[in-house]
Design a protein. Structure first.
Length: 322
């Protein structure tokens, strides 16, 4: 079909998008370490959950390992970087015992959650952590406190089944990359069961996560196709897919186009590991609209050493976010 003969197409370009400040900071730490100390620079776990980024850093000389004992003895003078997701306290202790030179690239907002959990514990509360089992950030947060001090809750069903030792002495924190709506449901259920549950001093979910989910909610209704640019193992990317699906389903009756390509849903989704290498030409029948979520945290309030998020651009048949 000739481009000119195609039906009108509206592309909704979501904003903000791209890397958050904490991710950008972590990547820059690895890049600066390579410039300052030369290759190899070891990185414990993927610095961020993005294959495109990881492979780019590997090409520059970064070596990714899962445990510190994978670092050869002859390279112990080289830096090892801890990922943006954070690590248990035992990891820096292990690095020190091995006489390793380490750099901590933990996102400052994840470090804030660690401090919130430690404050609950210091005040004698048992910590309830809302998050996904096995995620590196959850492992890191639970590892800030003695074993048995933290209980992990993933779903409303978990909240219903949870039986604490002291129901009147609980405090909660959350993983920073959760679904805002899902987390609100879990917190509501916990408050219903445990009225004295203490909230953290500030929201645990990252402001960048919140902003991106909010703008996806705005863009999803009426979409025939929604592209999330991210990695399959990225919590943020998976949550954006879930948010877009829910927003599209709630509004499927308001789709403006024929349902021939979408079946019974108002949106289909594809996750990409990296942005496409080129941008297709835009025809006269293509309209680009930009959707932006209000910033819940101004740049002046970002934690020290955080930089302004770097944005990326790409195209989609209907809407795109990352």
């Amino acid at each position: 079909m000739n481009i000119a003969a195609k039906p009108p197409l509206t592309i909704r370009l979501c904003g903000p998008r791209g890397f958050c400040a904490g991710v950008d900071r972590a990547i820059q730490i690895v890049v600066l370490a390579l410039k300052s100390y030369g290759a190899p620079v070891y990185v414990r776990h993927e610095i961020v959950h993005n294959r495109y980024v990881v492979e780019g850093l590997e090409a520059k000389g970064a070596v990714f390992v899962e445990e510190l004992d994978e670092i050869p003895a002859e390279h112990r003078a080289q830096p090892v970087v801890f990922s943006a997701h954070g690590v248990p306290k035992s990891v820096p202790e292990d690095a020190a015992s091995r006489n390793l030179f380490y750099l901590d690239a933990t996102c400052p907002l994840v470090s804030k959650v660690h401090k919130q959990a430690m404050r609950h514990n210091r005040l004698g509360r048992h910590v309830v952590l809302i998050g996904h089992a096995g995620h590196p950030e959850v492992i890191g947060t639970m590892g800030q406190l003695p074993e048995g001090s933290v209980s992990l809750i993933e779903t409303i069903e978990d909240a219903d089944a949870y039986v604490p030792v002291d129901p009147d002495n609980l405090g909660y924190v959350t993983q920073t990359t959760l679904s805002v709506d899902d987390t609100a449901g879990v917190i509501t259920r916990l408050h219903e069961r445990f009225p004295n549950l203490t909230a953290p001093a500030a929201d645990s979910i990252c402001y960048a996560t919140t902003n991106r989910q909010e703008v996806v909610k705005q863009a999803a209704p009426g979409c025939d196709l929604f592209i999330i640019v991210g990695a399959p193992n990225s919590s943020n990317s998976k949550r954006l897919v879930e948010v877009a699906l829910r927003a599209g389903r709630r509004n499927r009756s308001s789709c403006s186009g024929p349902p021939s390509s979408i079946g019974t849903k108002s949106a289909r989704f594809r996750r990409l590991a990296s942005p496409p290498a080129h941008r297709p030409p835009r025809s006269s029948s293509t309209r680009l609209s930009r959707l932006s979520a209000p910033a819940s945290m101004p740049a002046s309030n970002w934690p020290k050493r955080c930089r302004k998020p770097r944005t990326s651009s790409s195209t989609a048949n209907c809407a795109i976010s990352s």
